[in-house]
Design a protein around this ligand. Structure first.
Ligand SMILES: C[S@@+](CC[C@H](N)C(=O)[O-])C[C@H]1O[C@@H](n2cnc3c(N)ncnc32)[C@H](O)[C@@H]1O
Length: 246
């Protein structure tokens, strides 16, 4: 009941974290896309393209994109394979509203469902999806194992889960530069571009306190996923995990 979990560099009650994270995304939602481009120098677009390749998307896929945010992954997937069915799930209503508008503005209105829920608490339809994706959302979750269990149950046998997340680089020099950039520069950019220093400080802290790629792979296996593997993208700042339901 009084269990504590990481919220950036602080420990908070498990029961409070989801709301604290949601407040952050309410605060940044309007400037989220602008900040993504600025903070990553546009690199997040290349990372998401790689996630598309790793996902091996087919027109027949029934996809659930969790932590869909403003809908980058949904938009990319629908642009590439127009016949997919996709469910966009996010805990934050403001982010989900932007996602919905962006999809409609781009002409995507059919075979799309929106769910406002946390990955931990949603009533997933069992054996429904062939592909589940999470881009840069998993580290914000409150109960990682519970959400993996929910996702596992929602996948059809043979379905796959693809998670992309930041990783702290191993190489000391690169790690030093990465941490200086995320902890010192990004919050200042957040202040200038979005008038929000604290939310972007949380972003940096949440990367530092997040699991290693090996720990995430272990959680996949613990949940029941098979053929679990991960690849770390150029620069060692981002990792893509994949696992299959048997
Ligand atoms: C950094 S954004 C990523 C958005 C998008 N996937 C992208 O790559 O641009 C993280 C998103 O995760 C959502 N989120 C955080 N905790 C969540 C949870 N427990 N369940 C579902 N969504 C959550 C936030 O509301 C936010 O929209």
């Amino acid at each position: 009941m009084n269990e504590k979990v990481n919220f950036g560099s602080r420990k908070v009650l498990k029961t409070k974290k989801t709301k604290l994270v949601s407040d952050i995304f309410s605060s940044v939602s309007n400037k989220y896309d602008l900040m993504n481009d600025a903070m990553s120098f546009g690199l997040h677009r290349l990372w998401k393209e790689r996630m598309y390749v790793v996902s091996k998307l087919k027109n027949s896929d029934h996809v659930i994109d969790l932590a869909t945010g403003t809908g980058d992954i949904a938009l990319k997937f629908l642009s590439k394979k127009k016949l997919i069915n996709i469910t966009c799930l996010d805990e934050n209503q403001e982010m989900l509203d932007i996602c919905k508008s962006r999809l409609i503005d781009n002409g995507f209105v059919q075979n799309i469902e929106f769910i406002k829920s946390s990955a931990e608490t949603t009533n997933f339809k069992e054996n429904s999806y062939t592909l589940a994706t999470i881009a840069f959302g998993f580290r914000n979750f409150t109960d990682h194992l519970k959400s993996l269990e929910n996702i596992y149950n929602s996948l059809m046998p043979g379905g796959r889960l693809v998670i992309m997340e930041f990783t702290t680089p191993k190489n000391k020099l690169v790690k030093n530069i990465f941490e200086k950039y995320t902890h010192n520069i990004i919050p200042k950019m957040g202040k200038i571009l979005a008038d929000d220093y604290d939310s972007y400080r949380y972003l940096a802290e949440s990367i530092s306190t997040y699991y290693s790629p090996r720990e995430v792979s272990d959680m996949f296996r613990q949940t029941g996923f098979i053929n679990v593997r991960h690849e770390t993208l150029v620069g060692n700042m981002v990792t893509i995990h994949i696992g299959f339901k048997c």
